[in-house]
Design a protein around this ligand. Structure first.
Ligand code: HEC
Ligand code: HEC
Length: 187
């Protein structure tokens, strides 16, 4: 009984309580990349093109955001048509496509360095573990972001008419923790 109790306590203490092998880290990375490369994430995680995407919706592959929307250097369209014109900041997570998604945060593109659109596993992996290119985050910061970001929460519950990435918010947060404990291996 006491042994079981200790096992449960250690299981709850997270990946760092035990040794995580490189293989386990690489397997966790594969699951992370399956999410990061999904259109619910890559439609926002675009690079210098400054143009969000409408992939994985009811348009043909590679369709950029309609109506000539540009994010510009501000990443919120401040120079032309702000995202908030249509993507209202309000709880409304299950709004169906083709209505504009709305969340309880300002809808915007991430920094240019967080470009995942069309990037292979090795590139996204190298970017995500580099604080110079991941918004200054260490592994713990990434886990907190995944657990608390309104964007990530929306990605896993985007409402009718939109496909969802594999797993869940809790799963990708746990996988990033595991990947970090293994030394963030890429290949
Ligand atoms: C509406 C656009 C949008 C969507 C959709 C989106 N993100 Fe992001 N993401 C951002 C922004 C903006 C940032 C920069 C940090 C911030 O401002 O919160 C970011 C940053 C991140 C970061 C870096 C964390 C950090 O510390 O800055 C990770 C990891 C991330 N996103 C994961 C995801 C995943 C996984 C998905 C899909 C399930 C996703 N994002 C979907 C906008 C988006
Ligand atoms: C004129 C209204 C309008 C403006 C302005 C606008 N959007 Fe959109 N956006 C939409 C609509 C409508 C959809 C849903 C399309 C669909 O589901 O068929 C959408 C969808 C999206 C998607 C895809 C979401 C998904 O399901 O994967 C992203 C990403 C996005 N917008 C980003 C932005 C960003 C970033 C800005 C500001 C730079 C912006 N939008 C400005 C109307 C707008």
């Amino acid at each position: 009984m006491r042994g079981l109790l200790f096992a449960l306590l250690f299981a709850g203490a997270g990946a760092h309580a035990q040794t995580v092998t490189r293989e386990e880290g690489l397997a966790a990375w594969e699951r992370i990349y399956a999410v990061a490369s999904h259109p619910r994430c890559t439609n926002c995680h675009v690079g210098a093109q400054q143009e969000p995407m409408w992939e994985g919706l009811h348009y043909k592959a590679g369709t950029p955001h309609g109506m000539g929307v540009k994010a510009d250097g501000s990443r919120i369209g401040a120079e032309s048509m702000p995202c908030r014109t249509c993507h209202v900041t309000a709880e409304g997570r299950n709004v169906a496509s083709p209505a504009p998604a709305q969340i309880d945060d300002a809808w915007r593109l991430p920094p240019v360095e967080m470009d995942w659109l069309g990037e292979d596993s090795a590139s996204v992996c190298a970017q995500l573990r580099d604080p110079e290119r991941n918004d200054g985050s260490d592994i713990a910061d990434l886990v907190v972001h995944l657990e608390t970001s309104a964007f990530v929460a929306w990605g896993f519950a985007p409402g009718p008419g939109r496909s969802v990435p594999p797993g869940s918010v809790a799963q990708i947060a746990a996988d990033v923790d595991l990947w970090g404990a293994a030394g963030s291996p890429c290949q």
